[in-house]
Ligand binder design. Sequence first.
Ligand SMILES: NC(=O)C1=CN([C@@H]2O[C@H](COP(=O)(O)OP(=O)(O)OC[C@H]3O[C@@H](n4cnc5c(N)ncnc54)[C@H](OP(=O)(O)O)[C@@H]3O)[C@@H](O)[C@H]2O)C=CC1
Ligand SMILES: O=C1OC[C@@H](O)[C@H](O)[C@H]1O
Length: 400
Amino acid sequence: MSSPKTIRWGILATGAIAVTFTKDLLVDPKTRGVAHVKHAVVAAASSSSKSRAEQFLKDCGCPADAQAYGSYDELVKDPNIDIVYVATPHSHHYQNAMLCLEAGKNVLCEKAFTVNAAQAKALADKAKEKDLFLMEAVWTRYFPLSIYVRDVITSGRIGPVARVLADNSMASNPEATWSDGKHRMVNPDLAGGALLDLGIYSLTWVFQTLYHTQPENARKPPAVLAVMKSYDATKAADETTTIVLSFPRSAEAGGDAHAVATTSLRVATAPGGNGDTPGIRIQGPKGEIQVFPPAFRPTRTKLILSDGTIEDKSWLQPGPGKGSGWYNGFAGGKNSEGEGHGMFWEADEAATALVEGRKEGKYEGLAESILIMEVMDEVRKQGGLHYPEKIETTQFPVQL
Ligand SMILES: NC(=O)C1=CN([C@@H]2O[C@H](COP(=O)(O)OP(=O)(O)OC[C@H]3O[C@@H](n4cnc5c(N)ncnc54)[C@H](OP(=O)(O)O)[C@@H]3O)[C@@H](O)[C@H]2O)C=CC1
Ligand SMILES: O=C1OC[C@@H](O)[C@H](O)[C@H]1O
């Protein structure tokens, strides 16, 4: 067998998810049965200071020779980097990813990909022009759990999917948790609110089950009906959003399919713990697949068929051994002992694409990311949610 190809990563920003992702990059891929690629963290940049980038590299346990930069401009000029992971707030993704692409760097960019579809399209066009890899970091799509769910659907075990109910909500007590309104979850200047941060996962489940499982030539954009409630403290970022979608389908494929995607910062998918309440239900005439919360990092599925079959599966993330006790950068629970976080699956896919010369992610290409942004644009239009022009613009560069 040939030796694994090493992909060299640069980390753009040093916040909570950058820490989680970088620690996952450092897990030996063999612990999850991956032998064809390896990851090296060769640099990180902080817009705040070089010393912050140095501290980040140290805290994550990166090799001592990894380079620290005090600006993103310096990072993208580093010739030793194969791909940059963009981990800034949504508001900044467009400017930061464009900076990378203009500098000739491949990009894995955190979700939500951009603030709107026009920005997503502009990034896709730039990646194409420069012949670079570009992928939205919707990590959940790359989990073995998600692959299993899509396989159950395409194998026809529940029949043609007729309806999907998908929720990703957290009772965050926002007035107390983010009382000054500056946090990215509620700050309109950072494209805050439930939809772009959490609702993207509800839509991810809808799209990966109702859209991505269709043959490419049969995939059609859905009709969308939405309501939004704004968060009182800002009157701008959304607190609760509810979306009804109808996917056109041929009669042979089961006819039109419906979905309800919900998200909230006020109520929880499963109050009192992730227990026995499925956050996602994928329903067909022969049964349903349930996925248990949190929607972004589920570890349990239940297939219930009308013939009495029940397949209850646990999907703990593999990891480096007992008691790693890693920091989990967000609400929703701690990793179990010895587990990795699960962000390495998307990193493996990005690395594999680079090795194979592919320019897009396998389980969510750019056209699908753009379509989901178009759906979110429509939801915001119907719900009356507008972000400041400086973060909606496709102009580049703009100082944010
Ligand atoms: N996939 C997942 O599970 C998760 C994804 N995310 C996504 O990752 C992104 C970042 O989230 P998270 O890490 O929680 O956010 P943080 O606020 O913890 O970190 C964001 C980082 O971006 C940089 N930054 C640059 N400009 C700004 C600015 N004006 N305001 C705030 N930060 C700025 C800062 O790094 P520096 O100073 O070093 O430049 C900051 O530390 C978001 O898009 C979010 O949706 C978040 C959580 C989980
Ligand atoms: O992507 C995410 O998943 C987990 C949430 O806690 C976080 O807010 C969000 O950005």
